[in-house]
Design a protein around this ligand. Structure first.
Ligand code: PGA
Length: 241
């Protein structure tokens, strides 16, 4: 059985105090949530410790948004696997398009980060997706296939979540048609050695489109940016029908 994983990606939002406030507002909405759903909050590094302590014993897992491939060293601004696991972190987003676009992340560094995450017992959420230009040029399948092939070299497919995030759908309100997301996710699955990997859809997921997205047979969850910042809205997404 493929696990359902609903993850919030807070990006560079929320101080520690704001994170705890969010949690207080979210938790009462999750008392009826079935435990076959994994709920993850991928927060800024500064909020991980406080979140982790407040979540102890709850169903929610804490996730980070980056991890370096070395265990330690002269890498100003980076964070190691041990630094994350010490705080109770369980997941880490790797290869998000914003990191590929603005911070020079390549398929090679994504691959190194994925392997480092697994080495430290973290479950990486690998993000892949095409730009609008690539989609318009009919290159979607080739781009995704290349990312999957290069990013997953030597990566354990038992401890992995993948998120299909078409870049043109991120933060734009322009959600990918759920049937199209289902099609691309099916293609991704066909390229995997382990067909049981949970594959999420991400890109303008909202309370009013989550039910339709999750009704698609290939889609095992969602990676939610903007709509994960509001506790009521995120609760509605987690509690999809
Ligand atoms: P969005 O972001 O939900 O705000 O479109 C998704 C993501 O970047 O993971």
């Amino acid at each position: 059985m493929r696990k359902i994983v609903i993850a919030g990606n807070w990006k560079m939002h929320k101080t520690q105090a704001e994170s705890l406030e969010f949690l207080q507002a979210l938790l009462p909405h999750l008392t009826e949530t079935s435990d076959d759903r994994e709920v993850v909050l991928c927060a800024p590094f500064t909020a991980l410790s406080a979140l982790s302590k407040s979540l102890h014993g709850s169903l929610i897992r804490v996730g980070a948004q980056n991890i370096h491939w070395e265990d330690q060293g002269a890498y100003t601004g980076e964070i190691s696997g041990a630094m994350l696991t010490e705080l109770g972190v369980r997941y880490v987003v790797v290869g998000h398009s914003e990191r590929r676009q603005y911070f020079g992340e390549t398929d090679e560094t994504v691959n190194l980060r994925l392997k480092a995450a697994q080495k430290h017992g973290l479950i990486p959420i690998l993000c892949v997706g095409e730009t609008k230009q690539q989609r318009d040029a009919g290159e979607t399948e080739a781009v995704i296939s290349r990312q999957i092939e290069q990013d997953l070299v030597g990566v354990d497919q038992q401890q992995l979540v993948i998120a299909y995030e078409p870049i043109w759908a991120i933060g734009t309100g322009d959600t990918c048609e759920s049937s199209e997301a289902n099609r691309v996710i099916g293609l991704i699955r066909s390229q995997l050695k382990n067909p049981q990997v949970s594959i999420q859809y991400g890109g303008s997921v909202k309370p009013d489109n989550i039910d339709e997205i999750m009704a698609q047979p290939e889609i095992d969850g969602a990676l939610v940016g903007g709509a994960s910042l509001q506790p009521e809205g995120f609760a509605r997404i987690v509690n999809f029908q």
